[in-house]
Write a protein that binds this ligand. Sequence first.
Ligand SMILES: Cc1cc2nc3c(=O)[nH]c(=O)nc-3n(C[C@H](O)[C@H](O)[C@H](O)COP(=O)(O)OP(=O)(O)OC[C@H]3O[C@@H](n4cnc5c(N)ncnc54)[C@H](O)[C@@H]3O)c2cc1C
Ligand SMILES: *[C@@H]1O[C@H](CO)[C@@H](O)[C@H](O)[C@H]1NC(C)=O
Ligand SMILES: *[C@@H]1O[C@H](CO)[C@@H](O)[C@H](O)[C@H]1NC(C)=O
Ligand SMILES: *[C@@H]1O[C@H](CO)[C@@H](O)[C@H](O)[C@H]1NC(C)=O
Ligand SMILES: *[C@@H]1O[C@H](CO)[C@@H](O)[C@H](O)[C@H]1NC(C)=O
Ligand SMILES: *[C@@H]1O[C@H](CO)[C@@H](O)[C@H](O)[C@H]1NC(C)=O
Ligand SMILES: *[C@@H]1O[C@H](CO)[C@@H](O)[C@H](O)[C@H]1NC(C)=O
Ligand SMILES: *[C@@H]1O[C@H](CO)[C@@H](O)[C@H](O)[C@H]1NC(C)=O
Ligand SMILES: *[C@@H]1O[C@H](CO)[C@@H](O)[C@H](O)[C@H]1NC(C)=O
Ligand SMILES: *[C@@H]1O[C@H](CO)[C@@H](O)[C@H](O)[C@H]1NC(C)=O
Ligand SMILES: *[C@@H]1O[C@H](CO)[C@@H](O)[C@H](O)[C@H]1NC(C)=O
Ligand SMILES: *[C@@H]1O[C@H](CO)[C@@H](O)[C@H](O)[C@H]1NC(C)=O
Ligand SMILES: *[C@@H]1O[C@H](CO)[C@@H](O)[C@H](O)[C@H]1NC(C)=O
Length: 589
Amino acid sequence: MHFRSAVLLGVLLATVATADKKCKCLPGDSCFPSQAEWDAFSKGLSQPLISNQKPFASVCYNTSSDFDATECARRTAVQLDQESLIDAGNTVQLINFQDQLFSNGTVAQCPFGPQPGAVCDQGRVPVYSINATNVEDIEKTVAFASQHNLHLVIRNTGHELLGRAFGVGSVELFVHSMKQSNFSDSFVPTNAPSSTAGQHAVTLQPGVQWGEIYDLADQHDRLIVGGFSVGGTVGAAGGWPVGGGQSIISPFYGLGVDNVLQYTVVLPNATHVAANEFTNPDIFWALRGGGAPSFGVVTSTTYKTHDNIPFTGAFYAASANSSESFLKLMTLWAQSHNEIADAGWGGLWPYFSNQLYLTLASPGNPPTNPAALTAIQTFFNASAQVEGVNVSLTMTVPYRSFQQLVFENLGDTSKGHGLNYSNFHVSGSRAYLSSWLLPREATAPENAETLAKALASVPAGTPYLNGGGAVANVSGDATAVTPAWRNSIADMTIIFSFNETTNATDYANAKNAVHSQIEPFRQIAPVPQGGQYLNEGDVSEPDWQQAHWGANYERLLKIKQEIDPDDLLIVYHGVNSEAWDDEIVCKTV
Ligand SMILES: Cc1cc2nc3c(=O)[nH]c(=O)nc-3n(C[C@H](O)[C@H](O)[C@H](O)COP(=O)(O)OP(=O)(O)OC[C@H]3O[C@@H](n4cnc5c(N)ncnc54)[C@H](O)[C@@H]3O)c2cc1C
Ligand SMILES: *[C@@H]1O[C@H](CO)[C@@H](O)[C@H](O)[C@H]1NC(C)=O
Ligand SMILES: *[C@@H]1O[C@H](CO)[C@@H](O)[C@H](O)[C@H]1NC(C)=O
Ligand SMILES: *[C@@H]1O[C@H](CO)[C@@H](O)[C@H](O)[C@H]1NC(C)=O
Ligand SMILES: *[C@@H]1O[C@H](CO)[C@@H](O)[C@H](O)[C@H]1NC(C)=O
Ligand SMILES: *[C@@H]1O[C@H](CO)[C@@H](O)[C@H](O)[C@H]1NC(C)=O
Ligand SMILES: *[C@@H]1O[C@H](CO)[C@@H](O)[C@H](O)[C@H]1NC(C)=O
Ligand SMILES: *[C@@H]1O[C@H](CO)[C@@H](O)[C@H](O)[C@H]1NC(C)=O
Ligand SMILES: *[C@@H]1O[C@H](CO)[C@@H](O)[C@H](O)[C@H]1NC(C)=O
Ligand SMILES: *[C@@H]1O[C@H](CO)[C@@H](O)[C@H](O)[C@H]1NC(C)=O
Ligand SMILES: *[C@@H]1O[C@H](CO)[C@@H](O)[C@H](O)[C@H]1NC(C)=O
Ligand SMILES: *[C@@H]1O[C@H](CO)[C@@H](O)[C@H](O)[C@H]1NC(C)=O
Ligand SMILES: *[C@@H]1O[C@H](CO)[C@@H](O)[C@H](O)[C@H]1NC(C)=O
């Protein structure tokens, strides 16, 4: 009798264990933690557990239990405000990533401005959220999620462009409340040999954002290499470094990953470790480009800091009166591109509607590279001679620091020049992005016509001049980013925005649009010469392993399988996600 029960129990357990491995435990499943288990877990957290989390706009639905007209008015007013969306754990920057696509052709969502009686759909918004304020919260959450086989997602600022900060039936680990930073003049990595010299560094918790740390670094009279986005809202120490981290000053200081001295991270087995070149070097390597959160939850990132030197900005605006003239302008730009890069400029060159803008930065005032000013002025002058081209702005501007250049053009933009980036932010709207890394050969003068045609075939693009120089100075296998980065000189990025819709075909069309618009660049520089910047990835990229990591994928896969054998931290198109469905709910093989 007892024996039989034990056998039955054994069979039962084996069945559950197999089921557990095949699918994540979602709310409603019998394997999902009971209320008592959640209660016990929540007692150990520093902040109240958020349960029954609903989408940001649910308060506007009279069919929702949290319907609240006053709160609805407040949220409606801030629905496009980046910081409001970041601080709220129940929404992301591009709201198409909180919608869920059904195979019957419909999209489940919860937009603002509902009709009375409409139903707010949960979509991919996590039902439970843990508002972590310390490392212990993260360790406990990872252990609990692992024990119960939960669909755990990590959400920092929610800028994620492959939709991985949210997930169907998921439990959210919200890390954005962790905002400490520490500057040091003599940082020595954990477990470094005693002879290791200290260096200038800053240690950031994951919630710190670029705009904040640029200001603090400037106050400490240091320079930190980071992102260039409207309002400076991208996180400085979560998804950005782990995805590679591109900066307009990367040509002079390297990628984000080239500036990381150490991470601290909670591994999938809930152990908190330091990873640097001396201790856990494989994990350190994987965290420099392998993609977050595949290799654990980062609890801090330590970056080198540099001397806070002045910069020179260069700004340009021109418009062509026909597509033929625009093609000539872009051909001239493509002919000049590498010479301008080699003369010491980094930056970006957005174009749309037959207009070209340049926002460039060069170290030093005047630029330390003696060729810088002549190179840019030669282009300014020559472009004014192109028939049908009206050059409306050419200027160089001295800046006390990189922080000042960024702040005046992306923060308080009233002092900005050229393209006004404030008018181009996409927070709270729907869009997909794609990117393609262009090797030096693609932007070489002899290929200028081919490149210009590809550029002009896309209605709008935001290429970054962010490679060469210090980026090219690092070997392809030194970090986990695709080796294509090391021969890249520019990163062509495109965005395709679309309107609110519940028709899944519109979503598919938008994905196809970005994917086909980047295709000409993929053809100019196929893998392994070209590749895709992981943080600006294309959700429809079929060959994502090669596009994102190239020859480094094999080593990443090995490390991933070793440290996450139970697939706790698998994400869409992340390392070792091949066996899972797109929503990372069940294994398909
Ligand atoms: C408007 C806009 C502008 C951008 N501009 C730039 C730019 O100038 N340069 C550039 O390089 N990129 C840029 N990006 C892309 C941006 O770098 C990536 O989206 C990046 O992954 C954001 O990281 P996050 O931590 O801020 O955001 P999140 O969306 O919260 O996180 C991104 C990913 O990292 C994971 N993650 C977050 N925190 C952790 C953690 N602590 N541990 C483990 N995993 C974690 C998340 O699960 C998610 O998969 C931009 C994106 C947007 C939407
Ligand atoms: C929502 O409002 C509509 C229109 O006023 C009304 O018909 C409906 O009964 C309301 N629903 C709920 C759940 O209150
Ligand atoms: C998370 O906790 C912090 C600290 O208590 C608090 O300021 C913040 O509002 C909380 N965030 C959410 C989304 O609950
Ligand atoms: C589409 O499928 C989803 C999930 O099965 C369901 O909730 C929804 O009601 C369906 N929509 C239509 C219009 O049939
Ligand atoms: C910053 O330094 C203080 C004091 O040494 C330490 O207590 C704290 O944990 C550090 N914070 C980070 C994010 O490293
Ligand atoms: C550009 O044109 C200006 C004005 O004609 C001239 O002074 C300058 O020397 C030119 N610069 C270069 C590099 O051609
Ligand atoms: C564009 O400008 C050129 C030079 O001024 C002029 O010859 C041409 O007719 C214009 N073309 C159009 C389409 O306006
Ligand atoms: C050139 O562009 C500027 C700024 O847009 C505009 O004011 C000016 O009229 C244009 N000149 C010509 C000749 O089109
Ligand atoms: C850029 O746009 C923002 C927001 O519209 C505005 O506040 C700022 O003054 C503009 N900058 C310039 C230089 O016109
Ligand atoms: C490349 O690395 C070498 C050796 O570390 C260094 O001297 C040189 O300045 C670097 N070049 C760039 C462009 O960073
Ligand atoms: C989106 O909506 C706006 C305003 O209603 C409209 O002007 C635009 O054409 C729409 N775009 C698409 C792609 O449907
Ligand atoms: C979605 O839009 C497409 C194309 O406009 C149309 O053919 C299809 O019937 C629509 N599907 C639904 C469910 O409305
Ligand atoms: C956790 O995983 C790491 C990396 O695989 C391993 O070194 C460590 O021993 C593990 N810790 C425990 C407690 O299992």
